[in-house]
Design a protein around this ligand. Structure first.
Ligand code: NDP
Length: 285
């Protein structure tokens, strides 16, 4: 058996087309969705992500602006900029590109974003909303995974979902979103004993560890849906996931490739959250 490959580019295109129509509708009503991205320092990967986000905004009808700060900028300068953007009606979403330089307290910077503009979903208000099942802005990567499952027709209710990784941006919100849809959840971490015993029970296995190809074919149940969130740059420059794709695809029912799986969904869901923020702002006028 060979798994169905979940094509993140194709699903992302479909989702973007749906949301572009919503953005166009808003524009006709006089509100163009707007996103501000803040970047501090000159991390080359972050600069690429930020440029990609700006281009994706452009293609979806979203106004965007980038606020760049040097590596030695102070936290106060950045927070002042965020507070100004909080008051700017043309901006509906504010995103701070992480990681921030070491002298920043990321938690405090994120907390200064107005909750109704926190399109990354990292503000404690939005985290609480997610935990209580009243999600406002679902964090983009797990939101993208949920969208891939939905668009691929994969049932979640009653299934056993195993999430490997417990980060605040992927693992934990992923588990909560699957739980909300009626899955039974196991969360595994680097401290989990006998990891394979857990992963082998998964109908839906989501892996977000940053450990290249750590999930091997013997760790996967026949016919399982395997979602690989990991993005690892190998010494030869190629990207690979946390799942040994070549062997696991012969046993899984569905699988995401790396690159071209979850990656394209993350930016897409950021666009969706920005348009949703603008819709909310428009409804309040
Ligand atoms: P973190 O490093 O913050 O978290 C990794 C998690 O994996 C931790 O909870 C850690 O456990 C767990 N872990 C590490 N090794 C093992 C192991 N051997 N067995 C079980 N669990 C393990 O990473 P992120 O969540 O931020 O990212 C994970 C991966 O996803 C990375 O490759 C990243 O590049 C990628 N990513 C991809 C995105 C996309 O758009 N596709 C977006 C965001 C991230 P513990 O807590 O015990 O240390």
């Amino acid at each position: 058996m060979s798994a169905k490959i979940m094509d993140g580019h194709a699903i992302a295109r479909e989702v973007r087309a749906e949301w572009k129509a919503r953005a166009e509708h808003l524009i006709k009503q006089g509100t163009q969705p707007g996103l501000a991205v803040i970047i501090v320092g000159n991390n080359p990967a972050s600069s690429i992500y930020v440029r990609n986000k700006a281009r994706a905004c452009d293609e979806t009808g979203i106004y965007s602006e980038i606020h760049e700060f040097p590596e030695n900028a102070s936290q106060n300068e950045v927070v002042d900029c965020i507070q100004e953007l909080n008051r700017t009606p043309r901006i509906h979403g504010i995103l701070v590109q992480l990681p921030l330089p070491d002298h920043f307290e990321s938690r405090k910077v994120i907390a200064s974003i107005a909750a109704e503009k926190d399109v990354d979903g990292f503000h404690l208000y939005n985290v609480g909303a997610l935990v209580t099942g009243n999600t406002v802005f679902p964090p983009c990567t797990p939101y993208g995974v949920m969208k891939m499952l939905e668009k691929s027709g994969i049932e979640i209710e009653g299934k056993h979902a195993v999430v490997v990784g417990r980060s605040n941006i992927v693992g934990k919100p992923m588990a909560l979103m699957l739980l909300e849809q009626g899955a039974t959840i196991t969360i595994c971490t680097s401290k989990t004993r006998n990891l394979a015993e857990h992963t082998r029970r998964a109908d839906i296995l989501v892996v977000a560890t940053g450990k290249p190809r750590m999930i091997t074919v013997d760790m996967v149940k026949l016919g399982a849906t395997v979602i690989d969130v990991g993005i690892n740059r190998m010494p030869d420059g190629k990207l690979t996931g946390d799942v040994d794709f070549e062997s696991v695809k012969e046993k899984a029912g569905y699988i995401t490739p790396v690159p071209g799986g979850v990656g394209p969904m993350t930016i897409t869901m950021l666009l969706c959250n920005t348009i949703a923020a603008a819709e909310r702002a428009q409804a309040m006028v």
